[in-house]
Write a protein that binds this ligand. Structure first.
Ligand SMILES: [Zn+2]
Length: 387
């Protein structure tokens, strides 16, 4: 084994055999556990590189470690000094340019990143890795249509559909709802399990009061989306605010607003419950059904739905919390005891309810791509407070 091989092996060992390998196309993530080991790895590699200035592999790996630590300037310096070295093998130059592109992308300098990837491609760098980097670059810079096109080239349909949805949401915000709808319909054809596409379609229908269409989309979405993430459809609908009155008499008058809002809650609840009842009994669907019932003030029925959820899983904390909250209203409690209980219920509601099924990251809000391990559609509902 040469010195170089030993050092490469050493660098890998230092970073661990994790997915965030410094040499992987995904690249490392600053939040990954590997980042903690980066400093000691840099120190070790720096020492050896000083003794062997021609060790190109090591030099590139060192640059990757600086990038991992967020020291983009140093990483760029390392690539640049290599690229200008006379007599450098074009293969190494292509690698250095590729890594330079990744440095610039990480540093948010998108035009330079693009230029570096173009040069790397011309010198024969791996086209698939460049396409992947371009997909990330366009996604980071908000060019979602382009990001979708790059993922299509890679044949990675979940990501392609995801960025089609992001682009559709932009179109909708710019007052082009028909184009947005057409694109969302296309996204579920590209990838039928695209929960975000079903959710966006559902939310658009609900927002414009098309309840029959919303019901149809919800039933279809619940069938197509993987069972573990179906709750995201209901979460999306639950987050939707009741719309303010559009125009006409009484616009802005509290009474009118209240009536519109109550009507919205009632229709939303009826639509959701009908779709859930068409499914096999399911803990999360049961729980979300209860939340919609609570939103429209039907406490008794909500209590029944929660009780059924408890039968399916007695230790499901979220249903237990809602039941406690409901039963508290029916009890005669001393003001002090009531205030204590309210304090704990309020805090329990702030528990981070969503957990990445791949890396265990907890989040208050749902996500389609895990911010830490970058897994797709790995969000789960936190079933136990120990999770
Ligand atoms: Zn994760």
């Amino acid at each position: 084994m040469t010195l170089l091989d030993r050092l490469k092996a050493g660098a890998r060992t230092l970073l661990g055999n994790r997915r965030a390998d410094i040499l992987s196309p995904m690249g490392p993530d600053a939040e990954s556990p590997g980042a903690r080991d980066a400093l000691s790895a840099i120190q070790e590699l720096s020492r050896v590189v000083r003794n062997d200035p021609d060790a190109v592999e090591i030099y590139l790996a060192l640059g990757n470690l600086y990038r991992l630590r967020g020291d983009i300037e140093r990483a760029v310096q390392i690539r640049s000094s290599l690229i200008v070295r006379p007599g450098l093998d074009p293969q190494f130059k292509a690698r250095a340019l590729f890594e330079l592109g990744r440095d610039y992308r990480r540093g948010g300098v998108m035009d330079r990143a693009l230029a570096a990837f173009d040069e790397a491609r011309a010198l024969g760098a791996d086209p698939e890795q460049i396409t992947f980097e371009l997909a990330l670059l366009h996604a980071d810079s908000g060019a979602f249509q382009e990001a979708a096109a790059q993922y299509a080239r890679l044949g990675f349909r979940p990501a392609q559909a995801h960025y089609m949805v992001r682009h559709a949401e932009d179109l909708d915000r710019c007052g082009r709802p028909d184009e947005a709808r057409a694109l969302l319909a296309k996204a579920v054809k590209v990838y039928p399990g695209a929960v975000e596409a079903w959710r966006a379609r559902l939310v658009m229908a609900a927002r414009t009061g098309e309840w029959r269409r919303a019901g149809k989309l919800l039933r279809e979405g619940l069938e197509r989306v993987p069972a573990s993430i179906r709750f995201l459809l209901l979460e999306g609908l639950l987050e939707l605010e009741a719309p303010a009155p559009r125009n006409g008499n009484g616009n802005g008058v509290n009474g009118t607003n209240g009536a519109d809002s109550a009507d919205f809650e009632k229709k939303r609840c009826a639509t959701v419950l009908a779709a859930i009842e068409a499914q096999e009994p399911d803990l999360l669907l049961q729980y979300y059904g209860a939340l919609f019932l609570l939103r429209c003030g039907n406490r008794e029925e909500a209590g029944n739905w929660l009780a059924k959820a408890m039968v399916l899983r007695p230790d499901f904390w979220a249903a237990r919390l809602e039941l406690l909250s409901l039963s508290m209203e029916q009890q005669h409690l001393s003001p002090v005891f009531r205030s204590q209980l309210e304090y704990f219920i309020e805090h329990a509601r702030k528990v981070k309810r969503f957990v990445c099924g791949s890396c265990g990251l907890r989040r208050e809000h749902t996500f389609c791509v895990c911010p830490r391990c970058r897994s797709w559609h790995s969000a789960t509902f936190r079933m136990s407070l120990q999770d």
